[in-house]
Design a protein around this ligand. Structure first.
Ligand code: ZN
Ligand code: ZN
Length: 256
């Protein structure tokens, strides 16, 4: 299985508009981060995790000729869903398959009501939405996917375990014990780390490292990063040997 980090930045993206800090003005491409999203590939099936406002440019840069087969959404914030209209080229008459919670489903209908009109304008995106529940695995083209409960500030959202060896947790401020139990000893863990200072709805770097310490993956990648975390190269050097900062365009291979 392969994962491509389409975007690794927090909701504002990095550089943040109007900011001239050392990260936002860095000429290292690893310090430019579009909104958080990932593309997972197994045996020719492409699974998209979140679809933010940078989706179109991310696909052009990383996967221009790829047609994702489905989208799984973590939650209904704009930085994770703002690009869903751009899924149009992949919509079949039955609709592009989306897996999400009931709350996210409701939000999709509010966000793009024109897709759900009785007589929609020709060419609008069509979705086949599957509501899924926490800790209840579902199967997509032979890949077992488990939605995991993640706490984002006060809101429960989903992380996803994909197959046996990959977990993708973004926008977590807290992980329930059941989620940690589910992931103990997993091979590859993707988890968010916003910045050094604490934040009400995202883990700080030290909180992410504590979660990694509990889960004990073989390797962990940090994503959903703010300009306030610091320069990529400087932060990466200080991380434990099995923890890395993800960056836009990074491909990783996850053993089966
Ligand atoms: Zn976010
Ligand atoms: Zn969020």
């Amino acid at each position: 299985m392969k994962l491509t980090f389409l975007g690794t930045g927090t909701s504002t993206g990095v550089p943040q508009l109007g900011c001239d800090c050392e990260v936002c003005t860095s000429d290292n491409p690893l310090d430019t981060r579009s909104r958080t999203s990932a593309l997972v590939e197994k045996d020719g099936t492409y699974l998209l995790i979140d679809c933010g406002p940078d989706f179109y440019q991310q696909m052009l840069r990383n996967a221009r000729s790829v047609a994702p087969s489905m989208l799984m959404l973590t939650h209904q914030h704009a930085d994770h869903m703002g690009g869903i209209d751009d899924l149009r080229p992949f919509c079949t008459p039955q609709g592009f398959k989306v897996f999400c919670s009931k709350e996210v489903h409701d939000d999709i209908r509010r966000r793009i009501p024109y897709s759900f009109a009785e007589h929609p304008y020709p060419g609008v995106p069509h979705f086949e939405i599957h509501e899924v529940e926490q800790y209840k695995p579902f199967n997509f083209n032979g890949i077992e996917i488990t939605p995991l409960r993640v706490i984002h500030g006060k809101m429960p959202i989903f992380g996803y375990r994909v197959g046996k060896n990959l977990a993708y947790l973004t926008d977590a401020s807290e992980l329930p014990a059941e989620t940690i139990e589910n992931l103990k000893g997993i091979d590859t863990l993707v988890i968010n780390a916003l910045r050094i200072e604490p934040h009400h709805s995202h883990m700080s770097l030290s909180e992410s490292l504590e979660a990694i310490d509990l889960i004990k993956p073989r390797v962990a990648y940090l994503t959903h990063i703010s300009h306030q975390l610091g320069l990529h190269n400087r932060v990466e050097r200080r991380l434990p040997p099995n923890v890395h900062l993800a960056y836009d365009g990074l491909h990783i291979i996850i053993p089966d």
